[in-house]
Write a protein that binds this ligand. Structure first.
Ligand SMILES: [Zn+2]
Ligand SMILES: [Zn+2]
Length: 286
């Protein structure tokens, strides 16, 4: 599952997923890094209205209007209902670009528990879930899920099940199979915590690992609003995630210290794959 990610705590975070034509958050520099790929994006999903997650919007929306790509392709921006910073940004964009956009731009307010359908067949969607980031700000994460079929528990060990399924008409397969929701990818945005069930079983979990030392968090203006890398790893392990991407790291830490911490975490949880997204680097994940 290919994606592109940039994340430096305080400065900018964005994640581009070509296979669902979606950009998650739109920090400063998103459009200049993405170049013509902005035309492949149909929706932007915002987690909350902090500047480092939305400051790239004016440039992105402007870049999407140029004729080097398809300037008529509609764009929808999903964001937490009533977020005052995003509403202010929306107003700014309307005032500065509203009259000259060639494509339909739609702003859609959503809430935790809402779901955005991705494919025509209705098998994939983005589900939102509440995160605890700032008590005065509604924030949520996005869970990319796919409806899949599997054998019902009681049939899994039957050696002749392959033959049975082959001889069963599609309409009657429900006797042996069940539909379940597979969590392909989960992005929490900035957070201190969330309900563990919301992220349980994610194949890939992308989450906040701003600090290495909990003491550094106490000095922040907005206390208790981010996780440490250790907390992120423990959360991912408890949620039985397959692969953790630790993002939003503060650039105050030396690369070697980040690596040391990550290695210690890998030794503690050998079953969890851990990738650190170092500050100030754009990653393409294949
Ligand atoms: Zn934030
Ligand atoms: Zn942030």
């Amino acid at each position: 599952m290919q994606f592109q990610i940039y994340s430096t705590g305080l400065y900018s975070t964005w994640i581009y997923y070509p296979s669902c034509s979606t950009l998650f958050d739109c920090g400063e520099g998103a459009a200049s890094s993405l170049g013509k790929r902005v035309f492949g994006i149909d929706r932007i999903c915002l987690t909350h209205g902090h500047t480092d997650h939305i400051a790239g919007l004016p440039t992105f929306i402007n870049a999407r209007n140029r004729s080097v790509g398809d300037p008529f392709r509609p764009l929808t921006i999903f964001y937490p209902e009533g977020d005052r910073y995003i509403l202010a940004m929306r107003e700014f964009i309307k005032k500065t670009q509203g009259n000259r956009l060639r494509y339909p731009l739609t702003w859609e307010e959503i809430n935790p528990g809402d779901s955005i359908p991705l494919a025509e067949n209705g098998r994939q969607c983005l589900e939102t879930f509440r995160t605890n980031h700032n008590p005065r700000l509604l924030s949520f994460g996005y869970r990319w899920t796919e409806k899949r079929k599997r054998l019902k528990e009681e049939f899994r060990d039957r050696p002749d099940i392959g033959t049975i399924l082959r001889d069963t008409p599609p309409a009657e397969k429900g006797r042996y199979e069940e539909t379940y929701s597979s969590r392909l990818w989960t992005y929490t945005g900035d957070m201190k915590s969330c309900e563990i069930d919301e992220i349980r079983g994610s194949e890939v979990l992308v989450t906040d690992a701003t600090f290495l030392d909990p003491e550094d968090r106490a000095q922040e203006e907005e206390r208790q609003s981010h996780m440490t890398m250790e907390e992120a790893v423990e959360l991912a392990a408890e949620a039985e995630a397959g692969h953790l991407y630790a993002i939003h790291l503060s650039e105050r830490y030396h690369r070697d210290r980040i690596q040391e911490t990550a290695d210690a975490m890998r030794a503690r949880h050998p079953d969890l794959k851990i990738t650190v997204v170092y500050p100030r680097r754009t990653y393409t994940v294949k």
